[in-house]
Design a protein around this ligand. Structure first.
Ligand code: AKG
Ligand code: FE2
Length: 343
């Protein structure tokens, strides 16, 4: 069967998503958007990634497998452009729209830029080229996603390559309605969940699933029959969720695709963990780039990391001065915190 491709829909950068796009995310489980991050910033990030990772088809690329950058390009990075994209104001507007929350009620838990390479499948159960259909919650969430109408996280993929060069589109199954059999509850009918073996490679995973029961095999086939492929271009963003069925698909041989994966959760949803190492060890970097970033980013950006917002009960005058003493040499402005100090 021919692949069904979906195009990204433009959005008004600073205004965030249209009502239609928000509704898409809420009902079908994803929306695919163009024009949110300024193109100059996207290009700068592509340049950084191109310098950092082996080119497609090279000897070094053959040894890179699986998901993620293994820490090479994660938040907070010494590359300010990477941090700027991660917590870009236009992006934050969208996250607030989707979760229907204020910025201080949201936290960042993942930002990782990584290359996927097109090459001959290894035959390994964990081969990442042609992924099994899956949902992402198991390695983000200690529990299980809440009911569909109350999502507590937004996941996104920022594409930094072009599907026409690479192939390797992410495939997704749009949710029809509350009765959609593909979205039955609980969400456990996937490799690696509820005692089933973890198998990443599609064909081996589906042989295994059909072996558990023919009914399960048929149900899984139904997911693939409905999948849609994103026709991504550099700068496009796929917003999806921990309970959206999706998967990565193979790239052209020798191609290299860059994507940046990010996740934002409700601050109160502590059962959703950090996928990137976060700021803790970055605070021991020789270049002190993390401290400089914290000192000079916006109040909103800081708040996304758990830095108490202006007006938070944590603050008193002495504490603000102590934080000023720590970050002042890097350019920190305590003004917003002092102005809203609770009397
Ligand atoms: O690479 C992609 O397009 C999707 C990857 C993915 O869904 C995953 O690794 O969880
Ligand atoms: Fe995934």
């Amino acid at each position: 069967m021919d692949k069904r491709f979906i195009d990204a829909e433009f959005c008004e950068a600073q205004a965030g998503l249209s009502q239609h796009q928000i509704q898409q995310w809420r009902t079908q489980g994803f929306t695919f958007v163009r024009g949110l991050i300024p193109q100059a910033l996207v290009s700068a990030l592509i340049d950084i990634a191109s310098d950092l990772f082996p080119s497609g088809g090279s000897e070094a690329a053959e040894h890179k497998s699986g998901f993620g950058s293994s820490g090479a390009l994660v938040f907070p990075s010494s590359y300010f452009e990477f941090n700027e994209v991660t917590l870009h104001p236009n992006l934050l507007v969208v996250i607030c729209q989707l979760l229907e929350l204020d910025i201080h009620e949201i936290r960042l838990t993942q930002s990782d830029l990584w290359p996927k390479y097109g090459r001959v499948a290894t035959g390994s159960l964990r081969d990442n080229s042609d992924q099994r259909m899956h949902v992402d919650y198991p390695n983000h969430c200690l529990t299980h996603p809440p009911i569909w109408q109350q999502p507590d996280a937004v996941e996104l993929i920022l594409y930094l390559s072009d599907y026409q060069d690479c192939a390797g589109s992410t495939a997704l199954v749009p949710r029809n309605d509350d009765q959609d059999p593909a979205y039955r509850w609980p969400i456990i009918d996937s490799p690696g969940i509820a005692g089933k073996d973890f198998i990443n490679d599609r064909s081996q995973a589906e042989r295994y699933m059909a072996g558990i029961s023919p009914g399960l095999g048929d149900w899984r086939s139904g997911l693939y029959a409905r999948e849609q492929y994103v026709a991504y271009r550099p700068g496009d963003i796929l917003f999806y969720r921990h309970d959206t069925w999706h998967r990565g698909t193979p790239l052209h041989l020798g191609a290299r695709r860059f994507v940046q994966n990010m996740t934002f959760r409700k601050a109160s949803s502590e059962w959703i963990g950090n996928l990137h190492p976060g700021w803790a060890w970055a605070a021991y970097r020789q270049d002190q780039s993390m401290e400089r970033w914290i000192a000079t980013c916006t109040v909103d950006q800081r708040t996304l990391l758990g830095f108490p917002q202006p007006g938070h009960e944590y603050w008193n005058h002495d504490l603000i001065m102590a934080v000023q003493a720590r970050y002042g040499p890097h350019g920190f402005d305590a003004g917003p915190y002092l102005e809203q100090l609770k009397q």
